[in-house]
Design a protein. Structure first.
Length: 118
């Protein structure tokens, strides 16, 4: 069994400073924590992460549901449900174009998601 390596000197001080030093920002308020929880719940499903990734990689950060169904290999009702959850969380905007629904990434909301643990 390997022995744990003891941290010494600046390495230890740097680790403690990052973890236990002065906070870079104030702790979340209850409403902020609830909003963050909504975002995290929305992206906690692998299919939803895959959908966000596909839409993000599109040229204009938008995709038709008809393109997303075969890309993720799920049924149309299941994909629509996941898109609805992402839309309700504010990560996507839905636009009806004729008979097709198009979904566009909301970059500001995605940035908020990226800042949660920054």
């Amino acid at each position: 069994m390997a022995r744990p390596v003891a941290l010494q000197g600046n390495l230890l001080e740097g680790a403690i400073g990052k973890c236990c030093g002065a906070p870079a920002r104030a702790p979340l308020t209850r409403p902020e924590a609830e909003e963050v929880a909504t975002l995290l719940k929305a992206v906690s499903d692998p299919a939803r992460l895959q959908l966000l990734s596909i839409i993000r990689s599109a040229a204009d950060c938008s995709a038709c549901v008809c393109e997303l169904v075969p890309a993720v290999g799920l049924s149309q009702p299941t994909v629509s449900h996941h898109l609805k959850v992402l839309t309700q969380a504010g990560l996507l905007m839905r636009e009806q174009r004729g008979t097709q629904a198009w979904f566009t990434l909301v970059p500001e909301r995605l940035d908020q998601l990226g800042q949660i643990f920054a």
